[in-house]
Structures are given as C-alpha cells and as structure tokens.
Design a protein around this ligand. Structure first.
Ligand SMILES: Nc1ncnc2c1ncn2[C@@H]1O[C@H](COP(=O)(O)OP(=O)(O)OP(=O)(O)O)[C@@H](O)[C@H]1O
Ligand SMILES: [Mg+2]
Length: 276
C-alpha cells in the first residue's frame, strides 16, 4: 500500500447491463470518478434507477464494472470481503437466530478475535446501537427499527474499513429514522468509520454527510459535489435541521434532484430503451 494512494478511489467507473442476450446494452454508470478519504462520510443522492445501488455494489465487490475500477487502500476491489461492510434497506437478519446470535454472525470470519471474546464484542456493538437487553429476543419479535439497528451492529462486528449503507433507514418512520441518524453519527464518532451512504432524503443527506455527490438520471454521472461544511456550521444536532442555512441547502439539493427525476420520467415515458 502506498501512503499517497487515496483511501477509496472510484476510478473512471462504467457499467452496462444486458437484461437478455438479444437486448441492447443499457448503460447505468458513465465514467464516474470520485475519492473517499478515510473517516469521510459521503452521501450519494440521485433519482430512482440512476445507478446508486449498482455503484455501491461494485465498490463492495458484489458486482463487476464494465469499465474502470475501484481501489480500496491501494488494492483493486475484486470481490466481497470483511473490509467492506454492507447494510441494505431491507432487514437482512436471520429470523431463526436471536439478536446476539445475529450480531455474532458478523464475527464469523474474524480470525483476529479469539472465540471467547466474540460474545463481548457482539454485546459491545449491540449496546452501541441501543439493543442492549434484547440479546435473547428472536428477530421476529423486535421492531423494524430494531432490526435495522441489528443489521448495523452485525456489520460493525466484522470491523470493516468502509461501511456501505444503501438507504438503510428508507423503510422506517420519521421518528425512528431521526433516532438512527443521530445514533449513526455517534457510532461514526466513536468508531472512526468511513461511510458511503445512499439516500433519497435531502434532509438525511445534509444532516449526515460531509460530502454529497448528486448523480444525474441514468446513466449516472456526478452533476454536483457539495461539501456540507461550506454551508453549515456547528454540531450535528437535530436543532440544526431548523436553521436557515440547513433549509437553504435542502432546497438547493431538492432542486437538483427534482430536475434529474424529471429527466428520468422523460427517459421512461419518452420511449427510451425500456419501452422497446
Ligand atoms: N443485474 C441487473 N441486470 C440488469 N439491469 C440491472 C441490474 N441491476 C440494476 N439494473 C438496472 O440498472 C439501473 C440502475 O439500478 P440501481 O439499482 O443501481 O439504481 P438506484 O439508483 O439504486 O435506484 P433506487 O434509487 O430506486 O434504488 C436500473 O435501471 C436497473 O433496472
Ligand atoms: Mg438503489
């Protein structure tokens, strides 16, 4: 690993899909380059279907790019491993296991941790996400918000270098969502994690992110990069959401994303490749 290399580098990434062998290729990502620094909190926003999940899946090693590459700590990403943690929108825990067993699953591939310490580490992360006391509950017996917290705890148990989070709070009600946003900021502070986070929600993007990449309608290209600290001062507390500066930035972000969403509608209704 070279000291000069960026922590995580999306290097001229492109991706096309062919749904059937005889269909034309559909380009989903078009020459996207960006750098994520260590301990960065980076947000991807963009219209539905523009390619955000695909971008993240490529970076996590779950999908291959058709052009370019992703380099993590000097190494080209070629498949999934423990250094790349992924949290998805849908609750992805095992219903036949208890809360603590689910968390421990994240430690399964950690040979740096002696077996007898695994339970303590699982407990540590369950406490961190506010699930202390629920260790022996089955997943079916906890709420959606708690399941999402469990998914985060399990991913943290694997001690990844970078955490990819794809609309992890998308299915939650506003109250749970806000609660988890605050918790995630605390976890990031305590654990010094690097996070790449996809969201549809402008407020969530601004509240959580240090840098926001706004993507165009498919194929995804970066249309703007926003450094949140250039617009907002002060600590990330919920009160920040009521300030004028927050409101302005939110409106700016909404304008950008709405314009791109309109373009998506044109692509779909205008006889684009989907209709053929
Ligand atoms: N495995 C695949 N095969 C064919 N097409 C795919 C595949 N995966 C994704 N796509 C297409 O690529 C495009 C981008 O999908 P992707 O899931 O990355 O979008 P997204 O930005 O995450 O959307 P959303 O905001 O709705 O989650 C979509 O049009 C989708 O249909
Ligand atoms: Mg998606």
């Amino acid at each position: 690993m070279t000291g000069e290399a960026p922590f995580l580098h999306f290097d001229r990434l492109s991706k096309s899909f062919r749904r059937n062998p005889r269909d034309p290729e559909i380009q989903v990502i078009d020459d996207v380059s960006l750098i994520v620094e260590e301990n960065d909190f980076v947000i991807f926003v963009g219209p539905s279907g523009c390619g955000k999940t695909t971008l993240m899946r490529i970076a996590a090693g779950l999908e291959h790019a058709t052009g370019g590459r992703v380099v993590l700590e000097g190494e080209v990403v070629s498949g999934p491993d423990r250094r790349k943690g992924v949290v998805f929108q849908s609750y992805s825990s095992f219903p036949w296991l208890t809360v603590i067993e689910n968390a421990e699953f994240g430690l399964k591939f950690r040979d740096d941790v002696p077996r007898r310490e695994k339970r303590d580490i699982a407990r540590h992360y369950l406490d961190l996400v506010g699930l202390g006391g629920f260790e022996s509950f089955y997943v079916n017996h906890i709420s959606g918000g708690m399941r999402q917290r469990l998914a985060i705890a399990r991913t943290l148990c694997a001690d990844p270098d970078v955490l990819f989070m794809d609309e992890p709070f998308g299915a939650l009600d506003a109250q749970n969502r806000e609660f988890l946003q605050v918790q995630l900021l605390e976890i990031r502070e305590k654990e010094r994690k690097t996070i790449v986070f996809v969201t549809h929600d402008a407020e969530e993007a601004i509240f959580l992110g240090e840098r926001i990449f706004v993507f165009s309608a498919r194929p995804a290209t970066i249309i703007e990069e926003i450094t949140v600290a250039d617009h907002l001062e002060g600590e990330r507390t919920l009160e920040l959401k009521d300030t004028e500066a927050f409101f302005h930035l939110r409106n700016h972000l909404l304008e950008l994303t709405r314009a791109q969403a309109r373009r998506t509608e044109e692509i779909v209704s205008g006889g684009g490749e989907w209709r053929r």
